[in-house]
Design a binder for this molecule. Sequence first.
Ligand code: MN
Length: 237
Amino acid sequence: MRMRPIIGMTACQEDQKIYKTNNTYVRAVLRAGGVPVLLPVGGRPEDCGRLAALVDGLLIPGGLDVATQFFGEEPVKEVTCIDRVQDTFELELIRQAAALGKPMLAICRGLQVVNVAFGGTLYQDIPTQCPQAMGHRQETASRSEEYHTVDVLPGTALAAALGEGPLLTNSYHHQAVKDLAPGFIVSARAKDGIIEAIEDRNGSILGVQWHPECMEERHPRFRQLFTAFVARAAGEG
Ligand code: MN
């Protein structure tokens, strides 16, 4: 068997005091056979190329909204929680990792940062900008609770990992992809048309709008997303 691949994941700042990554991401990567390493977002953007070279794969986790100027807009009033230092670092890290062909798994905010990194735009607030949309922000006792259906499109890398067709997922987002970044395809949509997963054309960069790391223990199907990602990072995908 090959060496277990190193999976870098960004750690965001909390209260200007602590760098943190939810343990669910770490545990999901460990269970899938990866070696997690945390990358604090306070690093210098000019070092992102070397950081990207250090890892075999990159996981971009969920979190705050992306600052709207990075996709050429001013914020609507529902966009309040941003961290420009994190945005700058992650955007550069993602571009450098892509230039090196490193596989990526981008989750929730992570998908949104990836889309912006390659020239896409976002709905800043689904309830106000897409009034016909259904619920995308559950309030349930457990984050492993299923909430809405997504349709995984056939022929995609996502379908290869999870299977195609309807899939019940959790949902914790108020933003979504508006204009898809050039070079990417949609790999899943919710019933209201909201984009729920994207990938690049060779299936090396996968982004999902839900939180599989909160579901994979209770719903093992979601673990396949992490095992497929770790396998790609190990050069087996
Ligand atoms: Mn959703």
